[in-house]
Design a protein around this ligand. Sequence first.
Ligand code: SAM
Length: 299
Amino acid sequence: MSAALVRSLAQASCSRTAPALTAAARTFTHTPAVRQDKADDTAQTHFGFKTVPSSMKETLVRNVFSNVASSYDVMNDAMSLGIHRLWKDHLLRAMAPAPNTRLLDVAGGTGDIAQRFLTYQDTHYQGISKDSSVHMVDINPEMLAEGERRFAGGRWAGEGRISFSVGNAEQLEFVDDCSVDYYTIAFGIRNCTHPERVVKEAHRVLRPGGRFMCLEFSRVENPVLAALYDVHSFHVIPRLGELIAGDRASYEYLVESIRRFPPQDEFAQIIRDAGFTTIGKGYENLTFGTVAIHSGYKF
Ligand SMILES: C[S@@+](CC[C@H](N)C(=O)[O-])C[C@H]1O[C@@H](n2cnc3c(N)ncnc32)[C@H](O)[C@@H]1O
């Protein structure tokens, strides 16, 4: 099939709305997190190592992040010895975004990815990428407020290049079909009740040719390193949570949720099942698989 045919088929699936693919920053409305899926009220899911009704997970997750919001950045550095910064830098290098493009950063939290995207635009395309923008979405207003604080009064304030919405990654009805160039979700998808719905939503909102990228904790394959990582996860991290954030339980959940998330190849298949095209196996392991970057293109 020719590239032109692939492009026109993909565009046909985007006919409901026809936004400019690389439009300048638009103002998005703040949208409250909305409807739980009532259809699966009897269904169960995991919350860390616990089994809970699916309808409760969103609230439980929101509570975890309300508890950790104010200490989130400090804890991230403490738990990973600062390595999360390198993983996030690597995500941006792997994305290598084009100038004047739009990023939807879902589960954006305190804005690490948004900040790196705008910095990348400004340093790589000095002065010629003023139409690049980020829309950050998060289910937790307290985490998002930390993000807003970070950008308030900063170098992008008043440029209209960053906007914020409270919303659930599974239902981004306030984002038009085919309206963004890049979609990122960093350390967020494992907290979602239905990761496959998240990926399908990502596919809907991306423009043809757009790219989905997910940075998430994954599986360490080397058994010796995996054993060391378990000690760090189950003993060191909850203790740090207790000492730094005064909250052991939330950090126990965060560690347990990592173990419940599908391993690399399984998640890559979920991405392909949502309609994305992956290159090769569809992911890159970082730090021996402690985290992986999954990536897919919408064609
Ligand atoms: C571990 S933090 C990651 C924040 C940021 N992306 C980063 O890498 O530092 C996970 C974020 O996912 C958000 N989150 C959890 N479930 C969500 C959902 N269903 N929809 C949107 N955001 C969600 C949490 O509120 C939290 O801010």
